[in-house]
Ligand binder design. Structure first.
Ligand SMILES: NC(=O)c1ccc[n+]([C@@H]2O[C@H](COP(=O)([O-])OP(=O)(O)OC[C@H]3O[C@@H](n4cnc5c(N)ncnc54)[C@H](O)[C@@H]3O)[C@@H](O)[C@H]2O)c1
Length: 273
């Protein structure tokens, strides 16, 4: 899609940029003129059935963003570490002069049946997908206040509107993101800061790599009636990451200037199946 400079002069802070959707969002916002401040764990993620990201993945994102002609400050950091993330944001603001957009994208997903889920696995979802999202907003929002406005975009899931079977922890964490969206939108509105969530269905990213399909299949065998929940109405199962980026760009831009506290699905209709 041809870029038209819709984010010229703006700065975006994005979590989970090493690969998948976070990388796509960084490249798309940069191609529209935004400077990017981004973080990723870029290392082993304990407990997930899919492949973990690497520093080489993060370096690839940096190259792709720079190829757009924009600039990026990318660092290894953990969304569970508020101080560490705040320090990265401060360095980004120092370098690029402010902050206008926050995209809380980093997340983990560990499928297992309700009775096979270890307490640490449930906690892991809460720590990264809930506290990590709160940390992301807290690390950046006061800079949006200083700018006199901005856009905060929280990445939830189809699981945050309906149910992702065999993922009690993931489903709970993504519903919590809906509550955070509304609560932050209510308080930040007076600063002209909009806060919205995006709810992708299945997306073609490395989250589906390794043993992810195997783990889902084994869980589904315990309760096959749930297997087809979340099937899209459209004739393909997955979105590409860039299709989610289109909605991130829309919400980040002035095209969404009167939209806040909203929850936008990009799931081919899966939430209603
Ligand atoms: N892939 C899907 O089907 C799908 C569907 C709906 C929602 N989502 C959500 O979209 C977001 C992006 O997922 P994706 O598909 O690109 O997955 P992904 O695993 O390819 O990318 C997620 C990125 O987040 C990073 N991350 C994880 N924990 C982190 C932490 N503690 N600190 C910093 N970075 C961390 C990872 O290193 C990784 O690079 C997630 O919030 C996910 O829950 C994904």
């Amino acid at each position: 899609m041809a870029a038209s400079g819709r984010l010229e002069g703006r700065v975006a802070f994005i979590t989970g940029i090493a690969r998948g959707q976070g990388r796509a969002h960084a490249v798309r916002l940069a191609s529209e003129g935004a400077k990017i401040v981004g973080i990723d764990l870029a290392g082993p993620i304990p407990g997930v059935p899919y492949d973990s990201p690497t520093p080489a993945d993060l370096a690839e994102t940096v190259s792709l963003v720079e190829a757009t002609g924009s600039e990026i400050l990318a660092e290894i950091a953990d969304v569970r570490d508020l101080d560490g993330m705040t320090a990265v944001v401060e360095r980004g603001v120092e370098r690029f002069g402010g902050l206008d957009v926050i995209v809380a994208n980093a997340g983990v997903c560990i499928p297992s049946t309700w009775d096979q889920t270890a307490p640490e696995v449930f906690q892991n979802h809460i720590d990264t997908n809930v506290t990590g999202v709160w940390n992301t907003v807290i690390a950046g929002a006061r800079h949006l206040v200083e700018r006199g406005g901005g856009s905060v975009i929280l990445i939830s899931s189809y699981a945050g509107k309906k149910v992702q079977p065999f993922m009690v922890g993931y489903t709970a964490s993504k519903h919590a993101v809906v509550g955070m969206t509304r609560a932050f939108a209510a308080e930040l509105g007076k600063h002209s800061i909009r806060v919205n969530s995006i709810h992708p269905g299945n997306v073609n990213t490395p989250m589906g790599s390794g043993d992810m399909i195997g783990a889902l299949t084994r869980a589904a065998e315990t309760n096959p009636v749930l297997m087809n929940m979340g099937t899209p109405f459209l004739p393909r199962f997955s979105a590409e990451a860039d299709e989610i980026s289109s909605t991130v760009l829309f919400l980040a831009s002035d095209d969404a200037s009167f939209i806040t506290a909203e929850h936008i699905s990009v799931d081919g209709g899966a939430q209603y199946f």
